[in-house]
Write a protein that binds this ligand. Structure first.
Ligand code: 6LW
Length: 560
C-alpha cells in the first residue's frame, strides 16, 4: 500500500512533468551529535528526517544538505570535519523570495538537493515540485560565498524536466544531470546564466529497477562515474553505478551492482533499511566515503517513524576501479569497525529552549509552507503564537505551527504553555506531527462557558477522535509531557511542572511512514488554531527535548 502510494505519487508527478514538457530566520545555532565510539561511528550520522543527503568538501571541511519538502525554511545545511559529527549552520532557503511553498501539500515542495563547491563559490541545485505542478520550471540553482548563507535568489532552469538535479564542472563547462522518470538525462548549462545550452540527452537507464534517480557524476582516473539510486525510496532502495570514458556516454554498468543494498541475506533483518540516494566524497587524506539515506525500522513489522536519515559508510576502489561500499555492499547501524577520519566533536545540541534575554527559535525549527511571520512573536520572555482559522489538518495552507524533528527513538518532550483570550473553538497545544493527515495532539481548548479544558486527540486520515477531555479551570500555564518509545507516545500534563497526570498513550505504528505515506518524518511542535475571528494567543515559556536510552534494535522480523 505504502509502496503503491509513493509510487503513484511519483508517477502522477512525473506524468505532470511530461505534460509540462510540450521569515527572516533565527540566530541560535543547533548541533546534532552522532554517538561517539572510540573507533568507528554509529548510523545514522544525522538522525531524524534529513533525507537525500548531498555533500561537498572544501579543504578539511565538509558541507551537507538535505531535502525539506513542504517545510520552511528549506534545505538544512550542515558542517563537519569528520563526516560523523555534524552541526547545522543554517538553511539554504530561508527567505520566502527563494521558495514558493504556498501551493503544496504534504511531501511536496523541495525535493533532493545537490551541494557543490566550485572556484570559491557554493552551489545548491534542487527541484520545487510545487512550481512543476504549476507547469513551470521547477529546477533551480542558488549560490553563496558562505554555506551558512546568505544564499542567492533562485535561477530557474527551463527545459530540465525531472527531479534530483546535480552539477558537474570540467574545463570551463558546466553540466547538469537529473532523473527524467525512467532514465538519467544530461545537458550542458551556461556557467554564468545557468540556462541550458543545446539539448538534453539520455545517458543511462539504470540497471532495470524502478525509479533511477539521485544521479551524480564524478571523474576519477579517466572515467566518468554516474552514481544513482534505484528501486524507489522504500525497502527495495539500492545504489548502482556506471562509467564511461565520455561524459555523454555510453555508460557501462558495474557488473557488481548494486554497490549498496540492505536486501542482502546478511542485512535484510538489520534495523537500517531502504538505503539509497547517495553522494560520494573524497576526504583530504585521500579516503573515499559515501553518504546516503536509510530509515530505521524501529516500530518493527517494517514500519519507521523518524523519516529517512543521513548515514555514512567507507568506500574503497576494487582492482577493476569500481567502488565497494563498506567492504561488502551493505551497512550497519554499528559501524565501530570502520577506521574514520580524526574525529572532531561538535558542541552539544540546544535541546532546551526558552525565550529569556531575547532568545529565539534556532535553525532546526520549521514551519509548513510559507509561514505568516507576524503570527510568531516574542514578548515577556515568551514565544507568542497567534491562532488562525487555518487548522493543522488543512492541506496546502500554513497553520500557526512550528516544530522540530524527533531525532531519537526514545525521548521525552516537555513544554510549558498557556492560552490567552480563548473562546469555544480555539485550540493550542503540542503535537506529534507526521503531516496534516496524521498527528497526535495534546491541547488547551476554550470552552463555551469561557473556561478551558485539556484535550487529547488524534487525526489519522479520515479518522478524527477526541480521546480524552480534562476540566482545567485555570488560565495559568500548563505543562505537557510526551514520553516516547519505539512503540508509543504517552501523554501527560501538569499544572505545577512536577506532578504529571497521565492522559493516555497512542501507538507510533499508525503515524509511521508506511501507514501514512510521504517523504518526511516525525516532528514535535506547537500549534494554535481557532474559528473565524479568533483572538486566541498561545504563550510558550519553554520546550525541553531529552534524548532517552539509545535504541536497542529488535529483529526486523519479530519472532513472536
Ligand atoms: C527524491 C528521490 C528520492 O527526490 O525520493 O529517495 C525523492 N529518493 O531521489 C524524495 O526524497
Amino acid at each position: 500500500m505504502y509502496r503503491l502510494s509513493l509510487y503513484t505519487m511519483k508517477k502522477v508527478l512525473l506524468s505532470l512533468l511530461a505534460i509540462a514538457m510540450t521569515m527572516p530566520m533565527f540566530s541560535q545555532s543547533n548541533v546534532i551529535n552522532a554517538q561517539i565510539t572510540e573507533k568507528g561511528f554509529q548510523n545514522p550520522v544525522i538522525p531524524g528526517y534529513y533525507p537525500d543527503p548531498s555533500v561537498c568538501r572544501v579543504g578539511d571541511d565538509f558541507y551537507l544538505v538535505c531535502s525539506s519538502f513542504q517545510f520552511f525554511p528549506g534545505v538544512p545545511v550542515f558542517h563537519s570535519k569528520d563526516l560523523i559529527h555534524w552541526e547545522q549552520i543554517g538553511n539554504v532557503l530561508d527567505r520566502p523570495s527563494q521558495v514558493d511553498l504556498s501551493r503544496g501539500g504534504a511531501s511536496s515542495g523541495i525535493f533532493a538537493p545537490t551541494i557543490r563547491y566550485h572556484e570559491g563559490k557554493f552551489y545548491m541545485i534542487t527541484t520545487n515540485i510545487n512550481v512543476m505542478f504549476g507547469g513551470g520550471a521547477g529546477n533551480f540553482i542558488v549560490t553563496a560565498d558562505n554555506p551558512a548563507g546568505p544564499w542567492s535568489d533562485p535561477v530557474f532552469i527551463p527545459g530540465v524536466m525531472g527531479i534530483d538535479p546535480s552539477l558537474y564542472w570540467e574545463d570551463g563547462k558546466l553540466y547538469i544531470c537529473w532523473s527524467a522518470m525512467n532514465n538519467i538525462a544530461l545537458a550542458e548549462l551556461d556557467p554564468q546564466s545557468f540556462q541550458m545550452v543545446g539539448k538534453a540527452r539520455s545517458i543511462w537507464d539504470g540497471d532495470g529497477d524502478s525509479s533511477p534517480e539521485g544521479p551524480h557524476i564524478y571523474k576519477k582516473d579517466g572515467y566518468y562515474y554516474l552514481l544513482i539510486a534505484e528501486g524507489g525510496t522504500e525497502m527495495g532502495h539500492k545504489v548502482n553505478i556506471a562509467r564511461s570514458r565520455n561524459i555523454e556516454g555510453p555508460y557501462t554498468s558495474n557488473p557488481s551492482n548494486p554497490i549498496l543494498t540492505q536486501k542482502r541475506r546478511d542485512s535484510v533483518s538489520s534495523v537500517l533499511q531502504g538505503t539509497g540516494h547517495p553522494d560520494l566524497i573524497q576526504a583530504a587524506d585521500g579516503s573515499w566515503w559515501i553518504v546516503y539515506l536509510g530509515f530505521r525500522d524501529t516500530v518493527g513489522k517494517m514500519h519507521h517513524l523518524l523519516g529517512r536519515e543521513t548515514c555514512l559508510a567507507p568506500v574503497r576502489w576494487d582492482d577493476e576501479a569500481w567502488p565497494v561500499v563498506n567492504g561488502k555492499g551493505w551497512v550497519d547501524i554499528d559501524m565501530s569497525h570502520v577506521k574514520t577520519l580524526p574525529q572532531v566533536l561538535m558542541p552539544q545540541a540546544t535541546n532546551y529552549v526558552d525565550f529569556k534575554q531575547g532568545k529565539k527559535l534556532g535553525f532546526e525549527w520549521i514551519y509548513t509552507n510559507n509561514p505568516v511571520q507576524e503570527n510568531y512573536t516574542y514578548a515577556n520572555n515568551q514565544l507568542l503564537l497567534k491562532a488562525t482559522p487555518i487548522k493543522l489538518d488543512d492541506p496546502n495552507r500554513t497553520p500557526t505551527f512550528v516544530a522540530r524533528r524527533q531525532t531519537d527513538v526514545n525521548c521525552t518532550v516537555t513544554t510549558s504553555m498557556s492560552l490567552m483570550d480563548a473562546k469555544s473553538g480555539d485550540r493550542a497545544g503540542l503535537t506529534v506531527y507526521m503531516d496534516n493527515k496524521g498527528h497526535y495532539d495534546v491541547a488547551i481548548v476554550g470552552t463555551a462557558d469561557g473556561g478551558q479544558e485539556i484535550e487529547l486527540s488524534y487525526r489519522l486520515g479520515e479518522l478524527k477522535h477526541i480521546a480524552k477531555t480534562v476540566k482545567f479551570n485555570t488560565k495559568r500555564a500548563v505543562q505537557f509531557k510526551i514520553d516516547v518509545t519505539n512503540s508509543h507516545y504517552a501523554f501527560s500534563y501538569s499544572t505545577d511542572g512536577k506532578t504529571f497526570q497521565p492522559l493516555g498513550k497512542m501507538d507510533s505504528y499508525f503515524l509511521s511512514t508506511e501507514t501514512l505515506g510521504g517523504f518526511t518524518g516525525m516532528l514535535f511542535g506547537w500549534f494554535a488554531e481557532g474559528d473565524k475571528g479568533t483572538k486566541a494567543v498561545a504563550a510558550i515559556d519553554w520546550f525541553d527535548y531529552k534524548s532517552g536510552a539509545p535504541y536497542v534494535a529488535v529483529p526486523a522480523y519479530p519472532t513472536e
